[in-house]
Design a protein around this ligand. Sequence first.
Ligand code: PRP
Ligand code: URA
Length: 209
Amino acid sequence: MSKVVVFDHPLIQHKLSIMRDKNTGCKEFRELLDEISMLMVYEVTRDLQTKEIEVETPICVTKTKALAGKPIGIIPILRAGLGMVDGILNLIPNAKVGHIGLYRDPATLNPVEYYCKLPEDAEHRELIVLDPMLATGGSASAAIGFIKARGCNNIRLVNLIAAPEGIARIQKDHPDVDVYVAALDDHLNDHGYIVPGLGDAGDRLFGTK
Ligand code: PRP
Ligand code: URA
């Protein structure tokens, strides 16, 4: 069964509260998502492998640590996942970025794929899939399925807000994928929106509504 990590850090919770407020505008929403993503990835990557290296400081030669193991790939689910990319690249500037385009059919709530471009060596990378919202889990589950179908196995999922339904779906479909969220909300409404949530993340991020 996959692990679910809920971030209770006061800075993350404070910033998320501002994002939830319906009066928060597009610019501030975007900046906050950027900041929270950067704070979250710090914990998401806590178990990355390191190796001992030798460095000569101005004082002496010493043994210290550097990242080892698989390089990182980050894969935002379009559109809203794009809002999490820059914050993560601030901390992991050498990460390669793949994109998966999915939208949720408003009538059926089923995900429809319209784009997929992954790094060439994606199967040799530690992959972090990004989407601010995990509602029914249909989009994230499908995206992870598409990534696995291309031979990739080391996948973690990072969401800003998840509904219990979405968590259950990922745990059922992808028990090998750990999920990291800033908040686990109460439930989904009849339109598949997370309650209390923050509304439509893509629209709030890009100002399309
Ligand atoms: C939103 C969100 C997720 C999906 C979550 O995207 O960014 O991708 O819905 O819902 P689910 O867990 O029920 O699948 P949307 O389909 O609205 O597309 P957008 O990012 O282009 O706005
Ligand atoms: N997608 C969103 O952007 N928000 C929700 O609450 C659910 C799906």
